[in-house]
Design a protein around this ligand. Structure first.
Ligand SMILES: [Zn+2]
Length: 357
C-alpha cells in the first residue's frame, strides 16, 4: 500500500492548524492526531515505516532500501531516511509524533533497545538502536523482534482484542512466534523467549538453520511446503498436478505459493502436501496449548491465508493430540494485520493503551 492522500502528514497539519485557528477544538477532532506513532519494520533488505493512529490504523506508509551489510551508521541512516520520508520533511509533523516503535531482526534486548548480532544485519553489533533514534527524533523509542511486536499489535488492535493470553504465530519463510500475557509481551529473562518456531517435533528430523533437528520452522514454514511438494513430484506422483503446470514443468521451480494456488484450483497433490503440513503444525500447536493454554491462537504471516481453509482440521487434530480436554474452546483466528504486521507491531510497542503497559 502506498501513502494515502487523504490522511498525509501535511493534511494532518492543516487540519490541526484549521482547528487551532478556530480555537474551538473538540476532543473527538484532536484525538486521532494526538495519538500518532511511527511504526518501523526493519528487514534484511528493506525498511518500512508507517504512521499509525491510536486505533491501530495505518494512515500512511513508505519503504526504503535497508543497508544491512555496511557500517552501523549506514544502517541507522536507512532507518532515519524511511522515517524522514514518512514525515515528508515536515518539521511540524514531528511534533505530532509521540513515539517510534521499531521491529528489528534479533537477537536484541528489548529492555535496552540494543540490537545484539542479527545474522542478516551484520551492520549492527551491540548497536543501541533505540537510543540513537531517540537522540534524533526526541521521542520515546522502543525496539522488539517482529513476531513479539506483531503479537502485541494483534492484542491491542487486531484479532486478539478482548483476550487476556495470546499466542501468535507468523508463518512465512520462517516461523516467528510471540506470547502476550495479560496485555504484555512475555520476553523471558533476557528477551530471548518465545522462539516457538524452534521447538522440535522430530529429533531425527532435518537440521534447522538454528542447528537443532526437526524444528517446526524447518518442517512447516513456506520453504518446507515447497520442498515437500517437490519431493512428491520428483518421486513421480502427480504427473498431471497443476503445481507442475504452474512451475512450467520444472520441479525445482516449485514454490509454496504455487502449492497454494494449485490447492485453490482443487489440485489433489497440493491438498495432500498442505494436509501433511497441517498435521505437523497441529502437533506443534498441541504442545503450545498444553504448555500455555492461551485464550486465543492467532495465525499470521504470508502462509496464513493458504492454511486458512484448514483451521477446522487443525482444531480437530488439536482435540486428538492435546491433553487439555477443553482445547476446543480456544479459538484459532487469522491475524488482522497482513504484510503491515511489522509497522503495526512497532506502533503497538509505543501505544498508550493499557494493552502495552
Ligand atoms: Zn530451529
Amino acid at each position: 500500500m502506498s501513502a494515502t492522500t487523504e490522511y498525509t502528514v501535511p493534511t494532518l497539519r492543516k487540519k490541526l492548524q484549521d482547528s487551532n485557528d478556530r480555537q474551538a477544538v473538540t476532543p473527538a477532532m484532536t484525538e486521532p492526531y494526538d495519538g500518532l506513532i511511527v511504526g518501523v519494520d526493519v528487514g534484511g533488505t528493506k525498511v518500512a515505516a508507517g504512521l499509525v493512529d491510536s486505533n491501530g490504523e495505518i494512515k500512511s506508509q513508505t519503504r526504503t532500501a535497508m543497508v544491512g551489510n555496511g557500517n552501523a551508521a549506514a544502517g541507522l541512516a536507512a532507518v532515519t531516511s524511511a522515517i524522514d520520508l514518512l514525515l515528508a520533511g515536515d518539521r511540524q509533523a514531528r511534533t505530532l509524533i509521540r513515539g517510534i516503535g521499531i521491529c528489528s531482526p534479533g537477537p536484541l534486548d528489548p529492555s535496552t533497545g540494543v540490537v545484539i548480532n542479527p545474522p542478516n544485519l551484520p551492520c549492527w553489533r551491540d548497536f543501541p538502536l533505540a537510543a540513537e533514534v531517540a537522540k534524533i527524533y526526541r521521542v520515546p523509542v522502543k525496539v522488539e523482534n517482529d513476531a513479539n511486536a506483531a503479537a502485541l499489535a494483534e492484542a491491542c488492535w487486531g484479532a486478539g482484542r478482548g483476550y487476556r493470553h495470546i499466542f501468535y504465530a507468523g508463518l512465512g519463510t520462517g516461523i516467528g512466534t510471540g506470547i502476550v500475557f495479560d496485555a504484555r509481551i512475555y520476553n523471558g529473562r533476557t528477551g530471548a523467549a518465545a522462539e516457538g518456531g524452534h521447538m522440535s517435533v522430530d529429533y531425527r528430523g532435518p537440521i534447522c538453520g538454528c542447528g537443532k533437528p526437526g524444528c517446526i520452522e524447518i518442517l512447516a514454514a513456506g520453504p518446507a511446503i515447497a520442498r515437500r511438494a517437490r519431493a512428491t513430484l520428483a518421486s513421480g506422483k502427480g504427473p498431471q498436478s497443476s503445481i507442475l503446470h504452474l512451475a512450467k514443468g520444472d520441479i525445482d521451480a516449485v514454490t509454496s505459493e504455487m502449492v497454494g494456488h494449485a490447492y485453490a484450483a482443487g489440485d489433489e497433490l497440493a491438498k495432500q502436501t498442505l494436509q501433511e503440513t497441517v498435521q505437523l503444525l497441529s502437533l506443534w500447536l498441541s504442545n503450545i496449548v498444553d504448555l500455555l493454554e492461551p485464550d486465543v491462537i492467532i495465525i499470521g504471516g504470508g502462509v496464513a491465508a493458504m492454511l486458512n481453509p484448514f483451521f477446522g482440521e487443525i482444531s480437530a487434530w488439536l482435540s486428538k493430540y492435546c491433553i487439555n480436554s477443553r482445547c476446543q474452546e480456544i479459538p484459532l483466528l487469522k491475524a488482522h494485520y497482513g504484510a503491515d504486521a511489522g509497522i503495526a507491531g512497532g506502533a503497538a510497542l509505543c501505544s498508550e493503551s493499557p494493552s502495552s503497559q
